[in-house]
Design a protein around this ligand. Structure first.
Ligand SMILES: Nc1ncnc2c1ncn2[C@@H]1O[C@H](COP(=O)(O)OP(=O)(O)OP(=O)(O)O)[C@@H](O)[C@H]1O
Length: 590
């Protein structure tokens, strides 16, 4: 069983100091500043959610203000039209949470469907606050229309108590968010931001992850809005509008996207500065703010907080330990299918792009322990065939059965659960992650990642561990993946595929760009995978010498059809294959 690693205790010191400031605040600040800070605390909670969605997951959203507005209006409406008894408070809070969650689930479902671009999701997030503001404006006396709702009673609390509640709430949310983004689950978000389609081929249901995250972020924003509406005794359509949604993004960008500290500092600083300066500089203040935003984006794309914290970089280790995990061997799970079930069975598979027929009538069968070399001239359809095997949505006709499971129209993440692993030609490894973190992401479907911790050990099946050791990756676990040599990146990509414990492995030109030594290493790894560990490997390769060394059977693809199968000698001695490679064969060759 993998044990979890606690974060360095330094973070507790930071949290303790912030907690002291929250407790001592009422003795230090005047009434006006306390009022401003309480409101800023509620806004900062939402800014933290924007940072998790945008900074860590790559989803630029203008819609978090809508959830804040939903929470604020839940308080305003219930307290105005019902009352402020404990039952009404519970009703308002439940309404804030339930409505924010429901709207977020709907928005996520509409925004993150398969094939939707990030730009589309951002546009959808822009639409939500606009629609919600219009609904509030058309609510008449019930919602207070453009004037909003004012003067309702909520909790009977002193200013000091509000300050401490809001401050502690912000501290709690920021601390939980910090543990989350540092955890193994938090690394999954970064992987989605870096390369979402690669995550799908590691079996991660990215759409589900994003929807769940959006719902959680909406609930936090809804609770913050409820707090704001209860404290201020005023709610207005602007609280759910897209201007606030844009301001949230500005606060996050100014403070430092993807840092968590940055959005909190950005939100507090700008809200306090606005409260003091907007009165004395009513016309210039927005201009100053806009200019500062542009200047930071251009000159300090990382934001202000990373710049301010740079001198303290050596102390970072006290707050977050980046020690790589210890690699351990993990016994592979028993395959759910009997050994007699073929690893791959394809029948009548076809693919066309408009009128261009790229694959036609492909019938292919491969068993466990086979190493199939798929060869053919450029444009023969080899990569397209790989895509049809690994993604049910790719082919236009025919069936693909993986380890006894018909893939139907299922997306890649579901095919992975049938035992499929696909290694891409250009190793699209996650840029911001280290080797160890990439490997951890690759084990997501085997070991559910913790939401608050990083595991201290990393379990890999024996064949994956063999590759790690023979290629020296175990010495580079804390190296950022994009800084590896091409050969090491290819090896990492292969280990990530093997960490899934696949029964069938697709490899697209695994030797491209490798040195002779690396090529030999990969060759022996593939032979061991097929013969010793009984995996079925399908290899697309232009290097015929390499294919000869490793493949047990050769399949020749030409103009979208399989024209020949057999041993290497049978294939290379064939007149048909010679003509194909000489470029004179016809599409209707046998
Ligand atoms: N998205 C696409 N839209 C239109 N045509 C495409 C698309 N993808 C591939 N093709 C065409 O399909 C044919 C087969 O392409 P594919 O990449 O599968 O060949 P290949 O055998 O892998 O070639 P190579 O060895 O050069 O990688 C080519 O003619 C290619 O131009």
């Amino acid at each position: 069983m993998v044990k979890a690693k606690a974060h360095a205790p330094g973070v507790l010191v930071v949290v303790g100091l912030a907690g002291l400031l929250v407790v001592a605040g009422p003795a230090l600040f005047g009434t006006y500043l306390l009022n401003v800070l309480i409101q800023a605390f509620f806004f900062a909670m939402v800014a933290v959610t924007v940072d998790i969605l945008w900074g860590y997951t790559g989803y630029l959203t203008f819609g978090q203000s809508a959830f804040f507005g939903i929470g604020a209006y839940a308080a305003g409406l219930v307290f105005t039209h019902g009352g402020s008894s404990p039952g009404h408070v519970a009703l308002a809070l439940s309404a804030a949470v339930a409505a924010a969650a429901a709207v977020a689930a709907l928005l996520g479902w509409l925004s993150f469907y398969r094939g939707a671009s990030p730009f589309f999701a951002t546009v959808m997030s822009l639409v939500l606050p606009i629609v919600l503001s219009q609904l509030i404006l058309s609510g008449g006396a019930w919602t207070g229309s453009s004037s909003g709702l004012t003067g309702y009673q909520s909790f009977d609390l002193s200013l000091d108590a509000w300050y401490r509640i809001a401050g502690m709430g912000l501290l709690l949310i920021s601390t939980l968010a910090w543990f989350f983004v540092q955890s193994d689950a938090g690394r999954v978000l970064v992987a989605i931001r870096d390369n979402e389609s690669r995550c799908a081929y590691l079996g991660i249901h990215t759409l589900r992850v994003k929807i769940v995250l959006l719902v959680a972020a909406a609930i936090v924003a809804g609770i913050a809005g409820f707090g704001y509406g209860s404290f201020s005794g005023v709610v207005a359509p602007e609280l759910s509008g897209f201007v606030l949604g844009t301001q949230l993004i500005i606060w996050v960008a100014l403070g430092g996207r993807g840092t968590l500290w940055g959005p909190v500092v950005g939100a507090l600083l700008i809200n306090v500065a606005t409260a003091y300066l907007s009165a004395s500089l009513p016309f210039a203040w927005q201009l100053i703010l806009g200019t500062a935003f542009v200047a930071v984006i251009v000159l300090l794309p990382q934001g202000l907080v990373p710049l301010l914290l740079r001198p303290f970089k050596p102390l970072r280790a006290l707050v977050a330990s980046d020690m790589p995990p210890v690699l351990v061997e993990r016994a592979p799970r028993a395959p759910p299918q009997a050994a007699s079930v073929p690893a791959l069975h394809m029948q009548g598979v076809a693919k066309h792009f408009g009128s261009l027929k790229v694959l036609q009538g492909i019938d292919l069968h491969a068993d466990a322990g086979e190493l199939l070399g798929l060869i053919g001239p450029n444009g023969a359809g080899k990569t397209t065939l790989m895509r049809c095997i690994s993604d049910g949505g790719e082919r236009c006709a025919g069936t693909v059965v993986l380890c006894g499971n018909d893939v139907g129209q299922l997306p890649p993440e579901r095919c992975v659960h049938f035992g499929l692993g696909r290694k891409f030609q250009n190793a699209p490894i996650f840029d911001s992650l280290t080797v160890a973190q990439c490997l951890r992401i690759a084990t997501t479907i085997i070991e559910r990642p913790s939401l608050i911790r990083r595991a201290r050990t990393l379990g890999l099946p024996p064949y994956a561990l063999d590759v790690v050791r023979t290629t020296g990756l175990d010495q580079k676990l804390d190296t950022v993946a994009k800084d590896l040599s091409h050969g090491a990146q290819q090896a990492l990509e292969l280990v990530m595929v093997l960490a899934l414990e696949p029964r069938i492995v697709l490899l697209d030109e695994p030797t491209a760009g490798l040195t002779r030594t690396e090529r030999t290493q990969i060759g022996s790894v593939l032979v061991a995978l097929a013969h010793r560990y009984r995996l079925c490997c399908v290899l697309v390769e232009h290097d015929l010498d390499f294919v000869k060394e490793v493949a047990t059977r050769i399949v020749v693809l030409h103009q979208g059809g399989i024209v020949m199968q057999g041993s290497f000698d049978e294939v290379v001695d064939s007149e048909l294959v010679k003509t194909i490679y000489a470029g004179t064969a016809q599409a209707d060759a046998p």
